[in-house]
Design a binder for this molecule. Structure first.
Ligand code: PMP
Length: 431
């Protein structure tokens, strides 16, 4: 569909560009310094967890079901923390390791371990020639960086409305033994906000990979990050695997990074019993035992899944108005121009925005020029290469509502001006 700018007469288009340039100049003169780049909770949100700092003190008994909290031991994590993580992911606590403060770190270590030592008795990935990972795109830039760091070839797979393009995933996974894994954020995906449908989850579970050492990296980072009520339903991947009679195919991850404190949460991983035995053996070389004091604080503070839901509702009350403001401002500024589409997620941390072909870098550049920092264009694709240069990730949680409103006003003007200039350039190219 042509954009409103493409439908204007030459004179109308020139006038509109002049008007938008004047508006951009006015915004530049405000000297704004606003940041919509990273998916960080706001200070109001992290303050919700400050009381966690008070749940432990020097009189607290350093024992958790017979495990010493203040000493080495329990490499899988405190029993109560494993039970809490198991509730969050809906799995058996005996297959859960709680370790470290970053789930991305656990993902990295498992890619690294597969690369240097292999999975399931197979040769290390590093000794199998070229190996590949599938990257539903737009996706999470830090996932793609982990595999790129080891020289693994990242292959983009389109993200559709209910999850990755499963016909393409099936074709690649079932025919190419060099395909060793796929990055998935199955609920409120970063950045599209998509929650995978039951059909997509079942199609993942039904895969018959050509590679015996293929694993799905199921990063359930936003499993409890709902804006309203129960939120989206996500079929449990391990239930789907059991239904399909499959095993040893999924590593699932989670953390409380955006429940309590980013960088000081608790992180966890679960997989089949056989995969967990291998993960345990690998981790036993990498670490002595995890941060159990932090784990105890988390359990005392959050208690159980119901406690987490109550806590997440407090987060929701803070983030919901921000996401509503994004929708309001984008609709008010861009409706009727046919130059953009964007997601309207029910949870998570991002809105995924698509402008006209060849616009994203210019929009991000112009917004930066006018004082608004956005995630670099292309970051949501492997190697930072968005083939159509359309996608921009909007991260609305960190700024105050007032700053967010100002940042979105700048963003809308940048989208319009770039779209209008593209229409003009295209017209001139055709002459
Ligand atoms: N996975 C996804 C999809 C994320 O968006 C993020 C944080 N932005 C992380 C993992 C990082 O989590 P952690 O702090 O536990 O490493």
């Amino acid at each position: 569909m042509p954009t409103a700018y493409e439908l204007m007469s030459d004179q109308e288009l020139a006038q509109e560009i002049t008007r938008l340039e004047a508006e951009a100049e006015r915004l530049r003169s405000l000297g704004l310094k606003l940041d919509m780049a990273r998916g960080k909770p706001s200070p109001e949100q992290t303050a919700l967890s400050h009381p966690m700092l008070d749940v432990l003190n020097s009189s607290t008994e350093m024992d958790d079901q017979g495990v010493a909290v203040d000493n080495y031991g329990a490499p899988d994590g405190l029993p109560s923390a494993r039970a809490l993580a198991a509730q969050i992911l809906g799995v058996d606590p005996k297959n859960v390791i709680v370790n470290g403060s970053s789930s991305l770190n656990l993902m990295h270590d498992l890619v690294c371990n597969a690369f240097t030592h292999g999975i399931g008795g197979n040769k290390p990935w590093s000794q199998q020639g070229k190996v590949k990972f599938l990257c539903p795109s737009p996706g999470y830039d830090r996932h793609f960086k982990v595999t790129a760091h080891y020289g693994i070839e990242n292959i983009p797979v389109p993200m559709l409305e209910d999850g990755p393009d499963m016909a393409m995933v099936k074709r690649l996974v079932e025919n190419d033994p060099a395909v060793k894994g796929i990055w998935c954020v199955p609920k409120y995906a970063n950045p599209t906000g998509v929650t995978y449908s039951d059909d997509v989850v079942r199609k993942f579970a039904a895969l018959t990979p050509a590679a015996p050492d293929f694993r799905i990296f199921w990063d359930n980072a936003y499993v409890v990050h709902t804006f309203e009520g129960e939120g989206d339903h996500l079929l449990n991947i391990f239930d789907a695997l059991a239904e399909a009679g499959k095993s040893d195919m999924v590593y699932e991850f989670g953390s409380t990074a955006k429940v309590t404190f980013p960088s000081s949460g608790i992180a966890f991983v679960t997989a089949s019993s056989a995969d967990m035995a291998e993960i345990r053996a690998a981790f036993s070389v990498m670490r002595v035992s995890p941060e159990k004091v932090s784990q105890l604080a988390h359990v005392r503070f959050l208690k159980d899944l119901d406690g987490i839901k109550v806590h997440m509702e407090k987060h929701a009350q803070i983030v919901r108005p921000r996401f509503e403001l994004v929708q309001e401002k984008l609709h008010a500024g861009l409706d009727g121009l046919d130059c953009a589409t964007w997601s309207n997620p029910h949870g998570g941390y991002f809105v995924s925005f698509d402008g006209p072909k060849g616009s994203a870098k210019a929009i991000v550049g112009l917004a930066a020029d006018l004082g608004v920092k956005l995630t670099p264009a292309g970051a949501t694709w492997p190697y930072g290469r968005d083939p159509e240069d359309t996608n921009i990730r909007i991260a609305p949680t960190y700024p105050s509502l007032e700053d967010l409103g100002a940042a979105l006003d700048v963003f809308v003007v940048a989208v319009k001006l770039v779209s209008a200039r593209l229409a003009k350039a295209e017209r001139e190219g055709q002459q």
